[in-house]
Design a binder for this molecule. Sequence first.
Ligand SMILES: O=C(O)CCC(=O)C(=O)O
Ligand SMILES: [Fe+2]
Length: 324
Amino acid sequence: MDAIPTIDIAPFLAGDPAGRRAVATEVAAACREVGFLVIAGHGIAAETLEDTFRRSFAFFDQPDAVKARWSPTGAARQRGYHGVATRSLAATLGQKTPLDLRESVFLGPVDDHRAHYADLPEAATAYAPNILPDTPPGTAQAFTGIYREYERLSLDLLRIFAVALGLPEQHFTPLMGRHFSILGVHHYPALETPPEPGQLRAGAHTDFGAMTILAMTEGRGGLEARTPDGRWLPVLPEPGELVVNLGDMMQRWTNDRWVSTLHRVVVPEIGDTGSRRLSIGYFVHPDFDAEIRCLPGPGEAPVYPPTTAGAHIAEKIARSHKAA
Ligand SMILES: O=C(O)CCC(=O)C(=O)O
Ligand SMILES: [Fe+2]
């Protein structure tokens, strides 16, 4: 693996049979070998991404006291605003590292599924109400708008994944009606003072869910993915393109046929004013009670027992707390 492949998925979305086969074949190879791909032709307008970046910068440019108004107070942590150096992604893998040099806003599902899961107390934080920042005005709309765009794209990508795995195209679709996917809007400010030893913008980690969709601006000090032979490869989408990477849930689901790859966001030079950066990620988590049963390849035995999307994510979060 020497580069992250770029795949235009438009021929699949257009429905032409030869195009569909070609896209599914390329996606299958990338998911097996790299676990990371860059996609074009995904149907989210470049102007929409640009507008969301502009509004995100405007949100993070506000004084800390204003942003702190949108901090979570309840049990659900993946909601609202979190300041710079308050969390560590590497802690999710048991690493004791300094806190990540980024600030974030998290959104959960825009649709309200609380009534459906009323009898399942362990689902409560997954479906907790959102904290939608609305300073400057229009921020909430921009964040829910991009959530909806990603939501549509994630369903399209799961159809491509199903075909790539040799399954019926709609295999994953019925498991997504009450998904609890998380949007993370992350701002990586330029560095003014030296980081602590080992401190990164985002420590090395794998993502938890089925897949992650990422939009990013072009600041220096960016995303890197680790190759099987231990090198760190920069992930550099062109403007308008998106990055897609697999999470641990998809590796488990595919019986380890597809890989959830370690990645990190490195620190730029101190004082490099061109290093301010945004990324907007969407972490795909199917319905809380969706069964995640291994899909072994021909002749393979299942490596893991069946679980549910909710139990899988809860276990990952519990492990990250044990490590912290
Ligand atoms: O900012 C990025 O490019 C990636 C961030 C990331 O890997 C994450 O939030 O899980
Ligand atoms: Fe990640």
